[in-house]
Ligand binder design. Structure first.
Ligand code: 8X3
Length: 254
């Protein structure tokens, strides 16, 4: 990873932040973006102090097509050789029956999880093809494999991530690019606090009675996938805590 340029979206917290740490620790250069620039700058400063990492930070809503285009086309020349794009920005909003769903939540999930991934990848994939190498790692979800009650839109959005990953892998099969979809189950980050619009009590219950995955566990897997020899492509990887068998089958010791 020494001096390789790694682009991570949603890098201000959770899995994105843990990935930034992991790649910095291993000598990479980072392009980090998130909507919350204050938090992102703190993350970047911290990483820079610890590892001396060169980092570019951008305030970016990945669902903003114009801004994504501007950020990528304005990258300094020596930062355009992006070795790895981690499409991490996104997440869930709401957990209720479809007929009670909040359409603002739906729009935001579609914008960040799907459109953001598309816009960033559409700009960065051609750069990678020109450079003759590159890897796109999408953070999907176990929710993309099968729907669960009250999760129609989030599950649909992550199913889209899975199929977009598959399609992109097909369209770049004659290039050296690799495309990986990582599908985590229960990972304790601020994911559920965001999903429940700040209700920490309700969020805590999601992980009660089991040992959930951590953001660092996922960052280790992202790093592992990225550091395999270039002819080795992990297409899809589903990872759960050992007490979770599917999105709906979870063993809790309460
Ligand atoms: C997060 C996993 O099971 O809450 O994407 O949908 S789940």
């Amino acid at each position: 990873m020494k001096n390789k340029v790694i682009f991570i979206s949603g890098a201000n917290s959770g899995i994105g932040k843990a990935c930034a740490e992991k790649f910095a620790e291993n000598g990479a250069k980072l392009i980090l973006c998130s909507r919350n620039i204050e938090k992102l700058i703190k993350v970047a400063d911290n990483i820079n102090k610890k590892y001396g990492t060169e980092i570019l930070t951008y305030q970016l809503d990945v669902g903003d097509r114009e801004k994504v285009s501007r950020v990528i086309s304005d990258l300094p020349k020596n930062w355009q050789k992006i070795a790895l794009l981690v499409n991490n920005a996104g997440g869930a909003l709401g957990l209720e029956k479809f007929q009670d769903g909040d359409m603002d939540d739906w729009d935001e999930m579609i914008d960040s999880n799907i459109k953001g991934l598309l816009y960033l990848s559409r700009h960065i994939v051609p750069l990678m093809i020109r450079n003759g190498k590159g890897h796109i790692i999408n953070i999907g979800s176990i929710a993309g494999n099968a729907a669960y009650p009250n999760g129609a839109v989030y599950c649909g959005v992550k199913a889209a991530v899975r199929l977009i990953s598959d399609g992109l892998r097909m369209d770049t099969v004659d290039t050296p690019l690799r495309v990986t979809n990582i599908q985590p189950g229960l990972v304790e980050t601020n994911f559920s606090v965001v999903r429940f619009h700040g209700n920490e009590e309700r969020a805590k219950k999601v992980y009660q009675g089991l040992k959930p995955l951590t953001a660092e566990d996922i960052a280790d897997i992202v790093f592992f996938s990225a550091s395999l020899p270039e002819h080795v492509q992990i297409c899809e990887l589903t990872v759960t805590p050992s007490s979770q068998a599917s999105a709906t089958v979870v063993h809790r010791e309460l």
